[in-house]
Design a binder for this molecule. Structure first.
Ligand code: GLU
Length: 430
């Protein structure tokens, strides 16, 4: 039988013999080379012309976890872990060479048995996707699952997902979950669980600890606070952002201090007392999100007709990720956005201004150019809400009302901690 990628093989040349896993060859690379992953973890490439024979030693067999039902221990809080995919659920498939999302919450417990000592865990895989493929349908589904768990005995819920768009999900859940009475913790990992340097273990320990016992009825992210395994940070779901492509401490608080530090030994140190305490209310998940909302980057030299595209497509709301205090190119520029914005607003489209600096607040009046947007055109300046959170909030608000006055009122109200009265400067590059 001809060996296939994933199989354990012995490759012999005149001079040498290599044993290991036969690796797939990515399309872009030289096809005339056979790659073997040696048992010490290194890959070796062998020129096909030199190969005398390839013997099959063992057929590929994917690891199947036993999925033993999770046992309950008396006196421990109940935490449900909902898994959705992302790196934390991913492993390399040596057959295809790709990374795919497959570990579920039950597997997490099997890999890290200590998790079951923190809480009585219930595990549910609700989807298996990478987070760049998530949008409103998935956010609503997650919110509904969280609602179900919180109203049927869970003391807290952990949602695991990909890191890339975790701050969109955390903002979405912050708005979609009404009357939250327990913690909802989002966690993830930057490095997959099958790598020694994975951040998954500590993130899961801290997330489950927080869901089990942190006295906060908030949606929060819980990931590494430093590049070492020192502690995790609990950051409000509307005030967090992924700020680095690969670092373990990529999730940073924006314009507000983190709520707490969580240590692997179970200790929680509160840093910011501004959070709602646990309660008894029944949580309901809002089931509507307006999809015709866009997040548009403003930049020098941009094509102003971009706004027309959204108008033609029937968009109901635009969040402009504007420069600094909230600027867009004006009549002094060939990128003048003012006529497009005017047209959009006259058609009933809500135009929201947030800042691409991420830190700090937009301000509607400081410059004459800002007044053109705020006073003349009636754009909505959303204080220190991040552009991503503003985008989620606008989709949520437009899911409830189309009335501009009401939309403006809600966008300027602090619904889920997204607007702080005074941005906390200590959070800058925290
Ligand atoms: N891009 C993928 C995702 O966000 C993988 C990255 C990750 O999980 O950290 O799901």
């Amino acid at each position: 039988m001809k060996p296939k990628s994933g199989d354990v093989v012995r490759v012999s040349t005149k001079e040498e013999v290599f044993e290991g896993i036969l690796m797939p060859r990515p399309e872009i690379l030289d096809k005339n080379v056979t790659v073997v992953k040696l048992f010490n973890g290194y890959n070796v490439g062998v020129d096909n012309k030199k190969i005398k024979k390839i013997e099959l030693l063992k057929k590929y067999s994917p690891k199947i976890f036993s999925k033993s039902p999770l046992k309950k221990k008396k006196g421990l809080p109940n935490v449900t872990v909902l898994s959705t995919g992302g790196t934390i659920s991913s492993k390399i498939d040596y057959k295809t060479g790709g990374v795919y999302a497959d570990y579920t919450a039950e597997d997490f417990v099997e890999i890290y048995p200590g998790l079951a000592d923190i809480a009585n865990l219930k595990a549910k895989k609700i989807m298996s996707i990478m987070s760049e493929d998530m949008a409103s349908k998935e956010w609503i589904l997650i919110a509904k699952e969280v609602e179900k768990e919180l109203n049927s005995g869970a003391d807290g819920v952990v949602v695991t997902q990909g890191t890339d768009t975790l701050h969109f999900t955390s903002a979405a859940l912050s708005f979609l979950l009404k009357d939250l009475s327990k913690p909802v913790i989002l966690t993830a990992s930057q490095r997959s669980i099958d790598r020694g340097s994975s951040d998954a273990h500590m993130n899961l320990v801290c997330a489950i600890t927080s869901a089990a016992k942190f006295d906060a009825a908030e949606v929060m992210s819980c990931l590494h606070g430093t590049t070492n395994d020192d502690y995790c940070l609990l950051i409000r779901g509307t005030k967090v952002r992924k700020m680095h492509t690969t670092r373990r401490d990529a999730f940073r608080p924006i314009n507000e201090s983190p709520l707490a530090k969580v240590y692997e030994n179970g200790k929680i140190k509160i840093l910011n007392k501004n959070f709602k305490k646990r309660g008894e209310s029944k949580t309901t998940a809002f089931g509507k999100f307006e999809k015709k909302v866009a997040l548009v980057a403003v930049y020098p030299g941009m094509e102003p007709e971009i706004i027309d595209f959204y108008l033609k497509k029937g968009y109901k709301g635009l969040v402009l990720s504007a420069t600094a205090l909230g600027h867009v190119p004006t009549e002094n520029s060939s990128s003048n956005l003012l006529p497009g914005i005017k047209k959009a607003i006259s058609k009933g489209v809500n135009v929201v201004i947030a800042s691409q600096t991420v830190y700090g607040r937009v301000h509607p009046y400081v410059y004459t150019n800002l007044r053109k947007l705020s006073i003349q055109l009636n754009c909505i300046f959303v204080e220190d809400t991040t552009p991503e959170t503003a985008y989620i909030k606008l989709g949520f608000v437009l899911g409830q009302t189309n009335n501009h006055k009401k939309v403006k009122e809600l966008m300027l109200s602090n619904l889920a901690g997204e607007i702080t009265e005074r941005s906390d400067d200590k959070s800058f590059l925290y």
